[in-house]
Design a protein around this ligand. Structure first.
Ligand code: 5RP
Length: 269
């Protein structure tokens, strides 16, 4: 592995503890102005100081993020469909490697749809992307198991993650499931979990805790942070779990304390 690739990987996954809190705000690429991301700049700015990595599209990066910020970017480079379609798997590459380099990204991300109608198309797109990215020393994050009909169990997620790793992805993003350790064990590259649909803060912290305990290097979380009643408190609580091995109870206490403090400040303002 060359220096540039290693350097970029170490910007995505913190070498001090081998963990990462990636903030995912790329949802608009097929969901449009989804709840919490109607005005991306307003959502992203207060969260930036607590994100190890920012995952988003080039349009939002260019228009809604200050270029002087120093959080490494993982750029979403796949798309081509929308939530209005029944089959979300009809994706292709949407960004050239030249543009990714121009945007000074630490990594690129695309979705693969194992088991879906367009499985082959998305897997071959990933293989092409990896060939190009390897030449430039840019890690590829494979996003697995997005879609309405996917059964997210260890067998399916294990299959999708392993295929991504076998084809050369440098990091795999997947969902937490029962027997998650089996998914991680069979995947020879680092695994991060998505948070999925918004759930109670305590449950999202438990999900994060279980994932890192069972071998994930961290989270690439979106809705459970930016749709929280207090997104900054939530990302700080997630950090406690991922970087300091806090129990879900301890992290939730932190979330409640920070939320109460914010409430108090609002009252006295
Ligand atoms: C969508 C994505 C999102 O980044 C991913 O789903 C993470 O966000 P969330 O925690 O909201 O699930 O890749 O395709």
């Amino acid at each position: 592995m060359d220096w540039g690739m290693k350097n970029r990987l170490s910007r995505i996954i913190r070498p001090s503890d081998g963990r990462t809190v990636m903030l995912a705000v790329d949802h608009g690429y097929f969901l449009g102005p989804t709840t919490g991301l109607e005005e991306p700049r307003k959502t992203i700015e207060p969260l930036l100081p607590y994100a190890d990595t920012l995952m988003l599209t080039r349009g939002v990066l260019r228009r809604c993020v200050d270029p002087s910020m120093d959080v490494p970017v993982v750029l979403r480079v796949s798309g081509g469909t929308s939530v209005l379609k029944d089959d979300l798997s009809d994706e292709g590459l949407t960004v050239s490697m030249n543009d990714a380099i121009r945007l000074n990204v630490a990594g690129v991300a695309l979705s693969i749809f194992v088991g879906a109608a367009n499985e082959r198309q998305t897997l071959l797109a990933m293989a092409d992307l990896i060939d190009e990215a390897e030449e430039c020393g840019i890690p590829v994050v494979a996003v697995t198991a997005v879609g309405k009909d996917m059964v997210r169990d260890a067998r399916y997620l294990g299959l999708a993650c392993r295929i991504a790793a076998e084809l050369g992805a440098h990091i795999v993003k997947t969902y937490y499931c029962e027997d998650f350790e089996k998914v991680v064990r069979a995947c020879p590259v680092p695994v991060v979990i998505a948070g999925g649909k918004k759930i109670a803060e305590k449950d999202a912290l438990e999900l994060s805790y279980n994932a890192v305990k069972r071998g994930a290097v961290g989270v690439d979380m979106g809705r459970n942070i930016f749709q929280s009643e207090n997104p900054v408190a939530m990302i700080k609580a997630v950090r406690e779990v991922v970087h300091n091995n806090a129990t879900p109870e301890k992290a939730y206490d932190l979330f409640k304390t920070l939320s109460a403090r914010k409430q108090q400040k609002k009252k006295t303002a």
